[in-house]
Design a protein around this ligand. Structure first.
Ligand code: PLP
Length: 398
């Protein structure tokens, strides 16, 4: 079953820009018969849909299988990632678990970037490992190292770029070439840059994963996930899993996400402007030993960042010069930055990965990949940048 596009693109019409599609894709007021002409997609709450003839289902049957609000979002997301198909789930991890990893079977192997989102790593290590699915972690900043980890049983290559929290990049085109050579599915978790700054399918990826909970929702009030693909065969299997497992995005959350995405373009621009201002401030501060932001010229992969993405996003990390106690004291002195996990909302959030987002990793494992106890991760919001810098300045005065 193909995802319908609303309204069908006009033959020969010029492709619309990103900000236009963020507002209109999936939500054209008069695409559906009987529509009241709603300018914003309505929230359809019915769990089942009537049919007129016993043997003839209508376009919708049951909410787990299809829902008009979720469908509007799936169309919008597909449009923004330059994908043919989109699927929305109840969380990023639900998309990974119930649809994507469900493509694998016992004996299959995954090659994954070593600096992966902690929840994804936990899923590989402590849930799927028990089903006989093995994962090798590689420093995918080097494409040859990633390729060396491929075995005859490897089925998936799974990367993020930039990674979390170390802001490491991988060359997505090179990863796509490795995947093509070895017949692997290349999965790119694009949560950090959002489709506004990076479109992995255009660079050769097979599947894009999103945690909607971050930039797509954008307001720290919705939990959701998504998968975007171009292949008909892959879409059919993922959609079959979505319906079979049932971890779908509820209609109200789909509505909130549709609403959030309308401002994605303007939000991402401001997140990036503020992140750059914060990075510049931190780079000059004597209490800071290093700043990790792909948009800074000091980032070792700044050129790759420019070559494969149109921007650098709003997340950065830095090391406090001092001890773990200094890092904690700094965090607890902040007044405007909220000490919290997660990222991608309009408000600035800050955290210490070793004790918060990445606490599920063993200390030795954290140290091996470079997550020290003085590392701080910031999701720079869209407040006035002068206020953000003033808050950091007073908190760094320890
Ligand atoms: C948050 C996050 C996830 C998981 O998404 P949830 O919506 O929290 O389940 C996956 N990948 C990345 C990069 C994330 O930041």
């Amino acid at each position: 079953m193909a995802t319908p596009s609303y309204p069908p693109p006009l033959a020969g019409a010029p492709a619309q820009g990103f900000a236009t599609r963020a507002i209109h894709a999936g939500e054209a007021p008069y695409f559906r018969e009987g529509s009241a002409g709603d300018v914003a997609a309505p929230i359809h709450l019915a769990t089942t849909y009537a049919r007129q003839k016993v043997a003839q289902p209508g376009r919708y049957e049951y909410v787990r299988s299809q829902n008009p609000t979720r469908e509007a979002l799936e169309v919008k997301l597909a449009s923004l990632e330059n994908a043919r198909y989109g699927l929305a789930f109840s969380s990023g991890l639900a998309a990974e678990t119930t649809a994507l990893l469900a493509l694998l079977k016992a004996g299959d192997h995954i090659v994954a970037f070593d600096d992966l989102y902690g929840g994804t790593k936990r899923l590989f290590e402590h849930v799927f490992a028990r089903f006989g699915i093995e994962t090798s972690y590689v420093d995918a900043t080097s494409a040859p190292l990633a390729e060396k980890a491929v075995k005859p049983s490897t089925k998936m290559l799974w990367v993020e770029s930039p990674t979390n929290p170390l802001m490491k990049l991988c060359d997505i085109r090179a990863m796509a070439e490795i995947a093509r050579q070895h017949g692997l599915i290349l999965v790119v978790d694009n949560t950090f840059l959002s489709p506004y700054f990076q479109k992995p399918l255009d660079l050769g990826a097979d599947v894009v994963v999103h945690s909607i909970t971050k930039y797509l929702g954008g307001h720290s009030d919705v939990l959701g996930g998504a998968l975007l693909v171009n292949s008909d065969a892959l879409y059919e299997r993922l959609q079959y899993h979505q319906n079979s497992a049932g971890a779908v995005l509820p209609p109200f959350d789909a509505y909130l996400t549709l609403r959030g995405i309308k401002t994605l373009a303007v939000r991402m621009e401001q997140h990036q402007k503020n992140a750059l201002a914060v990075a510049r401030f931190l780079e000059c501060h004597h209490r800071v030993s290093r700043v990790l932001y792909p948009g800074a010229e000091s980032h070792p992969q700044h050129d790759l960042a420019k070559a494969q993405a149109s921007g650098f996003g709003g997340v950065l990390a830095f090391d406090i010069r001092g001890t773990a106690a200094h890092a904690e004291a700094f965090l607890e002195r902040l007044r405007l930055f909220t000490l919290a996990e997660s990222l991608g909302g309009v408000e600035s959030l800050i955290e210490q990965p070793s004790q918060m987002t990445h606490a599920s990793l063993e200390k030795a494992e954290r140290e091996k990949i470079g997550i020290s106890d003085t590392l701080i991760r910031v999701s720079v919001g869209i407040e006035d940048p002068a206020d953000l810098i003033a808050d950091l300045e007073q908190a760094l005065d320890f």
